[in-house]
Design a protein around this ligand. Sequence first.
Ligand code: SAH
Length: 196
Amino acid sequence: SDAGSQKERVVTEEEWLQKWEMGNIGFHKEQGHPLLQKYLDVLLNGRSGLRIFFPLCGKAVEMKWLADMGHSVVGVEVSEQAVREFFSDHSLPYCEEPVPEISGAKMFQSTSGDISLYCCSIYDLSSSIVGKFDGVWDRGALVAVNPCDRQRYASLMINLVEKNSSYLLVTVSYDPNKHKGPPFYVPESEIKSLFG
Ligand code: SAH
């Protein structure tokens, strides 16, 4: 019982866009994630005014929570629909602009300036474009990355964080032979080898 049957599987960007179009977004939590509330102190570690990164952000309501606490939030999401829904769900005015370094990418920013969402693939980002972060909320992100891209994802994330950063990672324990997802199984041993 390892992740055998999942290892070769790939969810394409097109499939993610379709999920958003069909409203097939069971992963979205209207009420936010209880584990962020529980471990908020670990993320913040007594610090204020942090830069916090949301990889594969969807329209996670936790972005609004953290911005309301005075932090600056940056997310990345391939679905433009998700990004627009985030701002409209919270009635937040925003503006959009191209990202000169990434062809086809757009950056959507709340008018207040504290939430910036990049609409592109995470693999197009680098610290020269988005800077470095003090904290990361990784929920539905590493577990949504195709197994063949995990190493690349982890290296990028390590590159995007400051030395004294906190990285909260949510994974799910289950038997990958019995359940299909959400959407990929990441065993603890693999997390250790990816992030050291
Ligand atoms: N973190 C969010 C969403 C999890 S679902 C939450 O907690 O609700 C994973 C999201 O990643 C989907 O919205 C999907 O559209 C997006 N996504 C998938 N591959 C991506 C990629 N390579 N770059 C950026 N976003 C991606």
